[in-house]
Every structure is written in structure tokens, then in C-alpha cells.
Design a protein around this ligand. Structure first.
Ligand code: ADP
Ligand code: MG
Length: 335
């Protein structure tokens, strides 16, 4: 097992006037045993970053180290990593056992060693009763577990996951998320996990890297990126519904953006802001109330204790003073 260092990592595609820089100097020190999630919208460079760690993409600048070894010039096979993709790509004509054993077999691992490692991985992933089946006889979730099993048996220093849950339905995704957490608790292998889904990021990560257009906007624990977002981008990307970002409400300042999360607005008979209700969404345990304060739209999250307000009615809102965030209007950075 190993730490991972990303030092001013840059990626450019193309040459001359076709040159396109997609990763802009990413720096991150990842500790041994850590589970890191790289999250951001589609196209922000998550896969590129992961593939550079894997050695599937050359890096255009900077340095990547796994453990104490700079791996810039090492082939993927020399990096001691295992990767799990969204598209699990199992061999259809091989059984589950053969799929998991294949990588070890071509490395000429002794048969009893292969069997022991596959059995151990199958036990962790609860695949023991499926070892003789072919991939077509498995559900999507089971196939994804086989793909993880194939990575586990290699006993790598580092696991790299590229959106491995995206092909699963919502229920299986939640279940597989728990399995990945369990796996990490049991094996403790340093992991980089890419997703565009902020819920997945917040629930799985020990620390999160938030990416935006090839730039690392923030690197911190889920609590930190939620409670102290480094920029308006992070504030609106992490948390659902997003943080309200306001410029013209009473109390706002010239050149600054006021941020307040929907759950940090108190509703009362008087308040700082007079709001007009536009619409309400009932989500069971909570309600989302869409309101207007002057020219700006806000979302308020409230619980069952608040009666459903009528569209057109007036609400008085007070932002919780200890939960107000300020951002520079020009740069979007936290002040
Ligand atoms: P993500 O995984 O976050 O969706 P990617 O890392 O796949 O994003 O892509 C980041 C950016 O790099 C995108 O703008 C994409 O179009 C561009 N890109 C990815 N691969 C190539 C390539 N081989 N050649 C040129 N541009 C690429
Ligand atoms: Mg991707």
C-alpha cells in the first residue's frame, strides 16, 4: 500500500494551435490507506487525472509519485495499481472464477495461490456461490462485484475507480456504495474514486477533490467542503439543492456574493428578508419552498413542522448568522 503525490500535474492534448490544456497544475498529497473521491461535472478532467495516475495517459508537466517512486515514465503494469471502470468488460466466455483468476494466470502465479486469492476476494464480495457462472448469468451489480474482485486479487498498492457505479440503478448503487466502504475498511488499500455524483462523493470519501474545468477547486473532508466551500463553484456543486448565492438581498455587500444553504434559513413571523412564495415541493420528510426576495430566487428547506405555504403568500426569512458565507463576486473565491 502507498501514498500518492500529485505535484503540479498538467495535461495538454494536441499540438501547436490545436493544443488544449485540460488539467491545470493539480497538487495533492494523498496518504497511505486514504479513500479519495475526485468529483466534478462531466468534462472537467476527472478521468484524465485518473488515467495519468494509472499510466494510461502521459503527463505533460509535473510529477506523480506512488509511494516513494516517481512513476511518470513507468508503464501501467509497473505501477502496481488496479483499475475498475464503469464498463466492467468481463470476458463473456469465462466463468466468474476464470475472470477473476485471469490476470494472475498470465503472470504465471502458482495455481494454489490463485485459488486462495480468488476465494478470499469472493468471500469479501459474497461471490462464493457464483464462481462457476458466466457473466451473462449475473445481474449488473454482481458483474460489477466481479470486476472489483478481479482488481482485488491483484493485491495492488492503489485502487483506481472510474465511475464504477454509473451503470447501476439507484438501489444497487446505494448498496454497492456500502460494499465499497466495507471493502476499504477490510483491505485499507489507497483508493482514488472518480464520480460526477456529489452524493456518492460525500458518502464514500475520506477526502474529496472537487474539480472544475481542469482546476482543483478544493481538497478537503466532506465536512469541510460542505461547511466551508472554497468557491461559489464548490458551494453550488456540493449539496442538493445547492447553496443560495445572492447579490442584491438586504444585507448584501458591493462586490461580494452572499451564500446561504436552503437549510440555514429560518422561517418566522418577522425576518430579515420578505419573500414571496412561488412553488413548493414536498419530499416526504422535508419540503423545498421556492421563493423570491426582490429580484432573486431562493430555495428554503424546511421540515414537517412548517405548514405548506400558498403560492403568492409572504414568508419572512432570517439567515442563520453563523452559516452565512461570503465570496468575491469577481473571482468567486471565498472571502
Ligand atoms: P471527465 O472524466 O471529467 O468527464 P475527461 O477527463 O474525460 O473528463 O476529459 C477532460 C477534457 O479533456 C474534456 O474537455 C475532453 O473533451 C478532453 N479530452 C479527453 N480526452 C481527450 C483526447 N484524447 N484528446 C483531446 N481531448 C480530450
Ligand atoms: Mg470521465
Amino acid at each position: 500500500m502507498a501514498s500518492i503525490s500529485l505535484r503540479n500535474v498538467v495535461k495538454k492534448y494536441g499540438k501547436g494551435k490545436n493544443e488544449l490544456q485540460v488539467i491545470h497544475g493539480v497538487n495533492a498529497e494523498i496518504d497511505d490507506h486514504e479513500f479519495i473521491v475526485i468529483v466534478g461535472p462531466s468534462g472537467c478532467g476527472k478521468s484524465t487525472l485518473l488515467r495519468m495516475v494509472a499510466g494510461l495517459e502521459e503527463i505533460s508537466g509535473g510529477e506523480i509519485a506512488i509511494g516513494n517512486r516517481v512513476v511518470n515514465d513507468l508503464e501501467p503494469a509497473e505501477r502496481d495499481i488496479a483499475m475498475v471502470f464503469q464498463n466492467y468488460a468481463l470476458y463473456p466466455h469465462m466463468s466468474v472464477f476464470e475472470n477473476m483468476a485471469y490476470g494472475l494466470k498470465i503472470k504465471k502465479t502458482p495455481l494454489d495461490e490463485i485459488k486462495a486469492r480468488v476465494d478470499k476476494a469472493a468471500k469479501i464480495l459474497e461471490l462464493g456461490h457464483l464462481l462457476e457462472r458466466k457473466p451473462r448469468q449475473l445481474s449488473g451489480g454482481q458483474r460489477q462485484r466481479v470486476a472489483m474482485g478481479r482488481a482485488i486479487v491483484r493485491q495492488p498498492q492503489v485502487f483506481l475507480f472510474d465511475e464504477p457505479l454509473s451503470n447501476l440503478d439507484a438501489k444497487l448503487r446505494a448498496q454497492t456504495r456500502l460494499e465499497i466502504q466495507k471493502l476499504h475498511r477490510e483491505l485499507g488499500i489507497t483508493s482514488l474514486f472518480v464520480t460526477h455524483d456529489q452524493v456518492e462523493a460525500m458518502t464514500l470519501a475520506q477526502r474529496v477533490i472537487v474539480m472544475n474545468a481542469g482546476v482543483m477547486e478544493q481538497f478537503g473532508t466532506p465536512e469541510e467542503v460542505y461547511a466551508r466551500p472554497a468557491s461559489t463553484f464548490v458551494a453550488s456543486f456540493i449539496g442538493s439543492p445547492p447553496m443560495n448565492l445572492l447579490k442584491t438581498v438586504p444585507g448584501s455587500r458591493e462586490g461580494a456574493i452572499l451564500g446561504i444553504r436552503p437549510e440555514h434559513l429560518n422561517i418566522g413571523s418577522t425576518g430579515t428578508w420578505e419573500a414571496v412564495v412561488e412553488t413548493t415541493e414536498l419530499l416526504g420528510a422535508e419540503k423545498l419552498i421556492y421563493v423570491r426576495v426582490g429580484g432573486e430566487q431562493l430555495i428554503v428547506r424546511s421540515d414537517e413542522s412548517v405548514a405548506v405555504p400558498q403560492p403568492g403568500s409572504t414568508l419572512y426569512l432570517t439567515p442563520r448568522a453563523d452559516r452565512v458565507h461570503w465570496f468575491d463576486a469577481a473571482s468567486g473565491k471565498r472571502i
